[in-house]
Design a protein around this ligand. Structure first.
Ligand code: NI
Length: 204
């Protein structure tokens, strides 16, 4: 499709600049722009030993070749976790067929209450691409320390209920397990979709 009326109106200099910019845009990786926070190389690559919501031991190797959205939370969370999980579920759905390359890993920072069946029901309620992960406190601590994720337990009420304060960032890893992006529910879905499509298109 051409727009002759547009072309007529553009000053000659603009057309020349546009023509010059084309070869640069075709230069691949260096021309990529990101709408989420680019933290490539700022944090270590994905590494963990945990248990999935089927009770199977898993490591980062199990997700090699996939784009991983790593999030830390707990199923009793009243606000940030459901909001962020719903956002990620919507984003993954918008990816259509490309969603097969994306996994949402929900790591529980409340393993005492988040049993395997609860974790599985919770993550599946949001997205078929979501997996609940849990582990021993030592395993969870090792992973949260690795990505400087903070969490702390509130005082239990009379019924034994308590809140867990936790960092709300989502760490996004490329197919090779390298850290690439940091996101949160303050980023619009369009930014997530744009950047994830770019990561999916990257060669393994
Ligand atoms: Ni939460």
């Amino acid at each position: 499709m051409t727009f002759p009326f547009l072309r007529r109106r553009l000053p000659r200099r603009t057309l020349l600049l546009a023509a010059l910019a084309l070869p640069l845009a075709a230069c691949g990786r260096s021309a990529q722009t990101w709408q989420l926070d680019n933290i490539t190389g700022v944090m270590p690559r994905l590494k963990f030993h945990l248990t999935n919501d089927l009770g199977q031991p898993v490591t980062a190797q199990n997700y090699k070749g996939q784009i991983v959205l790593l999030y830390f939370g707990y199923t009793h969370c009243p606000d940030v976790c459901p909001t962020t999980m719903q956002l990620m579920a919507d984003v993954v759905q918008q990816l259509g067929a490309q969603a097969k390359d994306v996994r949402i890993l929900f790591v529980s920072v409340d393993p005492k209450r988040d049993s395997l069946p609860i974790l599985k029901a919770y993550t599946q309620a949001f997205s078929p691409n979501a997996v609940g992960l849990t582990g021993t406190m030592a395993q969870i601590d090792a992973l949260t320390r690795r990505y400087r994720v903070a969490f702390s337990y509130g005082k239990p009420d009379a019924q034994g209920n308590y809140v867990v304060d936790h960092s709300a960032g989502v760490y996004i890893f490329g197919r090779d397990g390298r850290i690439r992006l940091l996101a949160s529910d303050s980023n619009p879905p369009s930014a997530w979709v744009h950047d994830l499509k770019q990561l999916i298109a990257d060669e393994f």
